[in-house]
Design a protein around this ligand. Structure first.
Ligand code: AMP
Ligand code: MG
Length: 407
């Protein structure tokens, strides 16, 4: 049986970045930019005032208070054509270009206006001028390809007049649940049937990672039904199924994928939860047969589908953020398996601590819902004692915010 790292290498070797499309800047936030962006302009283009006040020559303020003659008014968006002479000043608003001859702006708060003169009452040690190019220099790379765009990037791109942006296409991910016991969310979960929750968790994970989920529904545990559903999924960029991939009498996913010509790379990965896991390529598209147990399906998605989706999305950073935390309690493991334990990480003064969120059965979704991280115990690491350092993968995108409230 192959290990987690080896499985991931096999998968990632098969994935290449998606195609590129052009979108309006107003729709670009959250997308992954496909090209380096170099500014053709300087921001701000000119030295301009950081305050409402008076543009002056610093040499005129050798002794204060001093009276200067106001020769004009400079609102934001207008430019003074002349230059400032000795003893002269211009009324200037925030953002207006600093006129020739001036090298300082005096804040209005330290002046007293008197008709066409103004008295400067204090001398400050800042010039209150925003320098040309202090934000962006012409020729500077402002965004690197493979970055997921955030609101600040929208502002930067707008400032340099980049109205249309090249981004990677979002992976379309077909999601198929398998199992005779499954009913839809509006079905009757009596008589040993259970609601198909995996389609919802998997669709949410796809969306959380910038993909477009295509929820195909529930296939019955027959080769024919499975084949029909996998046929429908063929046009997606990634295919994921859950269930029907282990050694039960009705586990036909592997056989069907193989019959359809999928080139299968592996069936099992040495991990817990989630040992059964099929991966192969159907007509050049990656297909993942995830285990059916809800937590196994999620954790297998996290470890394998997510990095694949991110590589396909053009992202440079494929993996969850990891931290070293101190384990609150011992964890017994069997050698040869990589363990992923649902846990809650918190900060206590200058260390992170991790507590397992209760029962770790692979059907217990609540312990996944309560977790903000996964504790990863490598296959050769042996059991963990209370107080041991452990690696945790942070799952909760709000983790920093939560932590900030705690200390
Ligand atoms: P399987 O891998 O098909 O043997 O499924 C293992 C267990 O996972 C089943 O007994 C179900 O309880 C559960 N399961 C499978 N598919 C789903 C699903 N789509 N939603 C929720 N639970 C599921
Ligand atoms: Mg099943």
């Amino acid at each position: 049986m192959i290990g987690v790292a080896e499985a991931l290498d096999i998968i990632l070797a098969r994935i290449s970045p998606a195609g590129i499309e052009r979108v309006m800047l107003s729709h670009a936030c959250g997308r992954v930019i496909a090209e380096d962006v170099v500014s053709g302009v300087t921001i701000p283009p000119l030295d301009n005032s950081a305050m409402d006040g008076y543009a002056v020559r610093a040499c005129d303020l050798a002794s204060v208070p001093v009276r200067l003659r106001v020769i004009g008014d400079l609102p934001a968006g207008s430019r003074w054509s002349g230059a400032l002479g000795p003893g002269e000043t211009l009324r200037i608003m925030t953002g207006a270009p600093v006129p020739d001859g001036a090298d300082t702006v005096v804040r209005q708060e330290v002046t007293r206006r008197d008709g066409d003169h103004v008295e400067i009452l204090e001398r400050e040690d800042t010039a209150h001028i925003r320098r040309a190019g202090e934000d962006i220099r012409a020729g500077a790379r402002v965004i690197t390809a493979g970055t997921r765009l955030r609101p600040a990037h929208s502002g930067v791109l707008a400032s340099i007049t980049c109205a249309v942006v090249s981004v990677y296409q979002q992976p379309r991910v077909a999601i198929l649940s398998t199992g005779d016991e499954l009913v839809d969310i509006d079905g009757d979960p009596g008589d040993g049937r259970i609601v198909n929750s995996n389609s919802y968790t998997l669709a949410a994970l796809v969306r959380e990672n910038g993909g477009i989920p295509l929820m195909l529904g529930i296939a019955r545990d027959t080769p024919n039904d499975l084949r029909a559903f996998f046929q429908q999924a063929r046009h997606a960029d990634i295919i994921i199924s859950s269930g029907g991939v282990s050694v039960g009498d009705y586990d036909f996913v592997k056989d069907v994928l193989r019959d359809m010509g999928a080139e299968m790379s592996f069936w099992k990965v040495a991990m817990r939860p989630g040992r059964p896991l099929a991966f192969g390529m159907i007509e050049g598209r990656p297909a993942f047969g995830l285990p059916g147990n809800p937590v196994s399906a999620m954790i297998s998605f996290e470890q394998f589908v997510r990095p694949a989706m991110r590589k396909m999305s053009g992202l440079r950073n494929l993996f969850r953020r990891t931290l070293t935390a101190v384990a609150d309690e011992p964890v017994a493991t069997r050698p040869g398996l990589t363990y992923f334990l649902r846990c809650r990480v918190r900060r206590e003064s200058d260390v992170y601590r991790a507590r397992v969120t209760g029962e770790q059965g692979s059907g217990i979704l609540m312990s996944m819902a309560e977790a903000n991280a996964l504790m990863v115990i490598a296959a050769d690491a042996g059991s963990v004692q209370a107080g041991d350092p452990v690696t945790v993968q942070i799952l909760d995108p709000e983790f920093d915010t939560t932590a900030a409230h705690q200390f």
